[in-house]
Design a protein around this ligand. Sequence first.
Ligand code: ADP
Length: 492
Amino acid sequence: MNKYILAIDQGTTSTRAILFDRKSIPLYSAQREVKCYYPHSGWVESDPLELWVSVIDVINEILVKANITMKNIDSIGITNQRETTIVWDKETGMPVYRAIIWQSRQSNDICERLKKYEKFIQSKTGLIMNPYFSASKIRFILDHIPNGQERARKGQLMFGTVDTWILYKLTSGEVFATDVSNASRTLLFNIHTMSWDKELCDLFDIPMNMLPIVRPSSYRFGKASFFSSEVYVCGIAGDQQAALFGQTCFEKGESKNTYGTGCFMLLNIGDKPMISTNGLLTTVAWQIKDKVTYALEGSVFIGGAVVQWLRDEMQLIEKASDSEKMANKTDDCNGVYIVPAFVGLGTPYWDNDARGAVFGLTRGTNKYQFVRASLEAIAYQCKDVIEVMKKDSNLKIKTLKVDGGATANNYLMQFQADILNTPLKLPKCLETTALGVAYLAGLESGYFKSLDDISSCHVHKLIYEPNMSKNEIDRRYNGWKKAVEATQVFKI
Ligand code: ADP
């Protein structure tokens, strides 16, 4: 009987299921949109039951599409939007509040109140004090439901990130667990001791009995029951860490960058955590058996979104792919720089108040240069992140593995390779997030024999080789640095 790995990818706007075979080929996929609610400015929530039902729906759909039953599934992997917070009643299994989505700022005040502990928190968690992470979201929920704190203290409530919620539901409430990569995004997990931290829990006044048990990422978490069949969930990882694994960045010094709406870059830093002095996050990448791997993480807020802006607001292009054609219609930007600080600047500037700017306009500047400069801005921002990663880690980044929607743009990819003076590798299977958790599940179940086994069947289809002189790189990058500096000076 043919066997496959079923990867479930629960994201912010959709839930997907993908079926992989032994050659890492995604054979079938199914998708359901999930709703986000915006009850107040800056708040983002979802319905946990809708998330759960969407998981069941995509599993059913994929079985029908592939014309197989659960007996053909070797094991299940779960990857998920990270940090999103769900609290439910232990007895009924019903959520007590909506899922608070990672982007939501509703627990901002709680973070402001505890801001003075930021250094202490960073030293234990590798993160910064920010409402993104789960701890302040749990605090918010306990403060906003009747007798929340008392119910939590009495052990009547359970907290989980989305992986934990899906696992709990898939196992009919038998298994209450998460993996280290998800735990490391809560602000409650000590990445040195690899356990929940009493001092951090006390700081947020979160009773420890509501936290799930923490397991390695590749682990026999529990049995999911579907009518008469039972299949083990054998892998769990947060989406960005799963993508790092799916890009086979198994060794220290290997890194991946995802070019989506924003850009997410992770660098494998090996088996010891290091705390950044340049605004990067330290995160647990994964754990396999006893071996923990850590990563540095940096993000660019406006990546592919600058192309959406060119299309929707500036109306310089009709569709995203036109940006490449336009960029190729000119030989050079002729000194035009666009700094797309539409929502402030992320790593390494962390400037919330900066806003976008254009520099170097002349009478001869045309729309092609404008589009080209916008694409180059994505690459410059990613270089900013890579430069601090190199500085913090002391590692040489020999190649960068890339994925995400904007990798379809050859101009952007070649310019990125040039300005980094580093080759870029694009994998054959772009579903790196789902693939990563399929690998983690398959390693535990025996479907994949070893990391070498995985590497040997993992194919990169395209390599962009750098082709720009050092002088030219310096000249262009210095111009970018000046443009960012000037952008930060201009505040209304
Ligand atoms: P997300 O997961 O954040 O929704 P995706 O990986 O689906 O992102 O990528 C979508 C992003 O990629 C959009 O911001 C879009 O503008 C950008 N994009 C898609 N195709 C191209 C292209 N050919 N050139 C440049 N950007 C592109």
